[in-house]
Design a protein around this ligand. Structure first.
Ligand code: MC0
Length: 140
């Protein structure tokens, strides 16, 4: 069901500073910067690698407001890994299969994600404390 790790989402206070850090330390390149109002984030995707099943990225996330998913996470836990995003072929089918196994879906239907992808989140409490995202993308 899971094709690859699409991205690791990392919460930060200052997106520009964190981009510079990842560029200078790891030599990564920003391939997309977006504001996603629905998710309450300003985010950047930095390309890590290409594979048979598609590319993988580091996603840096800065909250638009304190009262957002990432804003609350930062206040509670500080900067660090916020979620793991896995690539799937068919997000609607994957959500149905995962839900049938008793995992709570934070999104019953896919939403708009970075770089035109369809995304949906699974409850971290049902995945061993890891906020997990499914990503269906046409970018390969
Ligand atoms: C909260 N919890 C987490 C967590 N956030 N555990 C692991 N990883 C995280 N990121 C835990 C808390 O510690 C708490 O556990 C419990 O979940 C409830 O959290 P809360 O602080 O009371 O906050 P809630 O319940 O208001 O919201 C948490 C929840 C929410 C995960 C449901 O953040 C959510 O719906 N997230 C999905 C959307 C999202 O994260 N969007 C931003 C990225 P305890 O033990 O203290 O009860 S958008 C994105 O990434 C897009 C742009 C993309 O990829 O393209």
């Amino acid at each position: 069901m899971l094709l690859r790790i699409d991205h690791v989402g990392i919460a930060c206070h200052n997106l520009s500073e964190k981009i510079e850090f990842y560029e200078s330390v790891f030599g990564l390149t920003v391939v997309s910067r977006e504001i996603n109002e629905e998710q309450g984030v300003r985010e950047a995707m930095l390309h890590v690698a290409d594979g048979d099943q598609g590319a993988s990225y580091v996603q840096l996330l800065e909250p638009l407001h304190p009262d957002t998913a990432v804003g609350k996470f930062l206040a509670k836990r500080g900067e660090g890994v916020h979620h793991v995003g896995y690539g799937v072929t068919d997000i609607t089918k994957a959500l149905a299969e995962i839900s049938a196994k008793g995992v709570r879906l934070l999104d019953e239907r896919a939403r708009h994600g970075s770089m035109g992808a369809s995304i949906a989140f699974l409850h971290p409490k049902d995945i061993g404390g890891v906020l997990t995202e499914l990503v269906e993308t046409s970018r390969h």
